[in-house]
Structure formats: C-alpha cells, structure tokens
Write a protein that binds this ligand. Structure first.
Ligand code: PMP
Length: 405
C-alpha cells in the first residue's frame, strides 16, 4: 500500500505542512495566500532570492533561443559560461586564470566529477598504481546522495541498506589536521572536504585547519578539493568559504546558487593539470552545460561579480550573530554557530526537537528546516533587508519562548 501522506511520491522526504504556490525575493506564499519569510533558501540555492528579475530575464531570453543541444555540439553560451566562471572563481583556486571548468547539473555530480578527475590524475600524472587511489574525507560530511557519496558519509540513516560502497576513501575527524597527516600515504590523491560543513549544522573548523590542509597537500602533491556546493557563492560573506582563511584549493565544486534557484547547474573549477585528464569519452552529461543553465549561471555570476551579495551577507551576518548570541545567553539555545549569513543553532535540550521548532516557526511565518535532531539551519536569501531579518529573529525568539513555556 502506498503511504497516503505522500500520494504518488516515494516517501523520501517528510516535508513541513505547507504547500507553496508563489514566491518573490525573501517571501513565499502558500496555496491559501499566507505569507512566509524563507529562511532555508532551497539549502542556499536561492542566495539571490526567489525570481531575481535579472535571472528571470536571462532565463526568458534564453528560452526563446535554444535550451538544449547536448555536448555533441557546442552552443553560443557554453564558452561564455566557462569563461565567466574562470574569471569569478578561477583566481580563488590554484588554477588561476588558466582554470578549467566541467559543467554538470547537481552538486552530487560535481563532487563525483572531482573524484573521477583526481583519481585519473593520480594514475596518469602522479603514477599511483591503477585502482589504488585513496581520497581522504571528513566525518560528518555531506557530499550528495549517489551510492558513492553516501558511502563517504557516516550518517547511519543516509547509509543503512545502500551498500556495498565504493572503496578508495578514508575518513578522518573534521578539523583534525594531525588525523589527515596520519591518513596520508603513497596512494593518497586528494583531500575532499566542505570548508564549512553545512548539513552537519554549519560546523566551522579551527582557523588553522584549512591553511594546514593547504600546506600538507602542497608538500605531498595531493589535490585539495573544496566542496563549496553549499558554502560557496556568497553565503559566508566571501565568494568562496575558502577565502575566509586565504586558502586556494586545487578544485572547487559548485552547485546550488550557481543556477539562481531557477535551473539545476553545477560545475567543477580549478587546476588545468587535474581537470585536463577528463579527455573526450571519459566523462559527460546530457544536460551538463545546457544553454538555459549557462545563461542563468552567467547572470548569477554577474550578480556575484559586483561583490554586493557577499558584502550584504557579511553585514547581515553580524546582526544574525549578535541576535543569536542573545538567545544563547537567555538559555533558549545551547549553541549558535554563524559564518556570514549562515547559522546552525542547537536548541536547549529541554525545549524540544529541531522539527518542533521548525513547526513553531512555520506557524508564525518563517520557513526553516532541521538538519540534525536538535539543530536547525538558518540561511535566508543574501538579499534580505534588515527589517525582515529582525522580524524573523523576533519570531525565532517567540517560537523558542513558546516551546519553553
Ligand atoms: N555538497 C554539499 C556540501 C551539499 O550541501 C550538497 C547538498 N546539500 C551537495 C553536495 C549535493 O548537492 P545536490 O543535492 O545538488 O546533489
């Protein structure tokens, strides 16, 4: 019997009780016309807000030209997309202005692409014996839902029942540089980590971690791969989270906000020696680099290139941090971790679960989601204005008080 709460949908999600009909900027309306502030932003895919006019215009223009060619043929937006990505993100990687780009569709595909590239680079360039390559990953990671990527996870719900998993990965505690150094051997081709772990609850590693990783991997000729699918493109107040520590990774995985919440588009950007191993026939995707995705991504990169969104994230982030610190001081939150306009907040244990808090927020007009039992993530569009931010934080306080009383 099908689960009737999901209708014809397989029960992969347990959505909050709202059916969204319309959205604009930071606002969302349900089918009854009730208004909400979006504090999830499609897990940071909506950094520029819902239906940003520039992004919508770019999509509409492209919809009248050509939407799909497949990579069997070039189209007139493809090189522009790659060039723009190299201009905006290339200099933040060791590839610099010589960076290469592999266009894909989803975050998971971008990470899979990076894994394929570093393995082949390991065999072709580094001389690692065939089928021996290992990639070091972090505990608590989230890189996507493919069988390889859930194999990297230590989340029992994500993994259980889906094995056997791909070999060739070694997990170390996130933020522990000594553990990474101990895990390195002759077969190590890459370290792959999120600069800030999003799904784990916005976990920021110690300040010496990423610079230490950079030094270690450079000395040992190991590729440093940053999964910036969630942390990248403005969320942390910088274009990439790695900039927080002045670290340039060799490869960066991007997704989510690259498509402005309009189209699925992802990419791997970085060192040409590594991405250059993906020669014809070794990798691809029917929709990867399609004209519609490229057109919207170019417009999204244009918005980022102004620096305005990063600046606003940094500015609003200060308000977010101050207000959350007050909630911690009041004992309503056990902990609040913020970076840029991005926060993971842990409820004081006696208040209830993250899910209960999300339901209380929903009743009062704010959309957010729990990421662990006691943790919810706050990631509004970077375009949010201060009165909206203050209003949502008032609602957060009210909801926490309601759970306590
Ligand atoms: N990497 C990170 C860091 C992510 O947060 C996510 C999505 N939450 C992914 C990869 C996977 O992206 P997608 O859902 O687009 O496959």
């Amino acid at each position: 019997m099908a689960d009737t709460t999901h209708g014809a949908l397989a029960p992969t999600y347990l959505p909050l009780p709202i059916t969204i009909a319309r959205a604009q900027g930071t606002h969302v309306w349900d089918t009854d016309g009730n208004e909400f502030l979006d504090f999830l932003s499609g897990y940071s895919a909506l950094n520029f807000g819902h239906l940003h006019p520039g992004l919508v215009a770019a999509a509409l223009t492209q919809l009248r030209q050509v939407t799909l060619t497949s990579r069997a043929f070039d189209h007139d937006r493809l090189e522009e997309f790659a060039q723009r990505l190299v201009e905006v993100v290339g200099p933040l990687t060791t590839g610099g202005e010589d960076s290469l780009v592999v266009p894909m569709n989803t975050g998971a595909e971008a990470v899979e692409t990076a894994i394929k590239a570093v393995r082949k680079w390991g065999y072709d360039v580094r001389g690692v014996p065939e089928d021996q390559a290992t990639v070091i990953v972090a505990g608590g990671n989230f890189h996507g839902r493919t069988t390889t990527l859930v194999g990297l996870s230590d989340n029992p719900t994500a993994r259980a029942g889906f094995g056997p998993f791909a070999p060739g990965f070694r997990q170390v505690p996130f933020g522990d540089l000594d553990a990474v150094a101990d895990a390195v051997d002759d077969t190590t081709v890459a370290v792959l980590m999120e600069p800030v772990q999003g799904e784990a609850g916005v976990l920021v590693p110690p300040d010496e971690f990423w610079p230490g990783l950079r030094e270690l991997t450079t000395t040992q000729d190991i590729a440093l791969v940053a999964d910036e699918v969630q942390s990248g493109l403005g969320r942390t107040g910088t274009t990439l989270a790695c900039e927080l520590w002045d670290v340039r990774p060799d490869l960066v995985c991007l997704g989510k906000a690259l498509g402005g919440g309009i189209v699925p588009v992802s990419a791997v950007v970085g060192r040409p020696e590594i991405l250059g191993v993906l020669t014809p026939g070794t990798h691809g995707s029917t929709f990867g680099g399609n004209p519609l995705a490229c057109a919207v991504a170019v417009a999204a990169l244009d918005l980022l290139a102004t620096g305005q969104y990063q600046a606003r994230a940094a500015e609003s982030g200060k308000v977010l941090t101050e207000r959350l610190d007050v909630l911690v001081a009041q004992g309503l939150l056990a902990e609040a971790r913020t970076v840029g306009l991005w926060a993971g907040i842990d409820l004081a244990p006696e208040l209830g679960t993250g899910r209960e808090l999300c339901e209380a927020l929903l009743e009062r007009g704010v959309l957010a989601t729990d990421t662990r039992a006691e943790t919810i993530r706050l990631s509004p569009p970077l375009s949010i204005v201060q009165p909206e931010l203050e209003m949502a934080l008032d609602i957060l306080e009210e909801s926490l008080v309601a759970l306590r009383d």
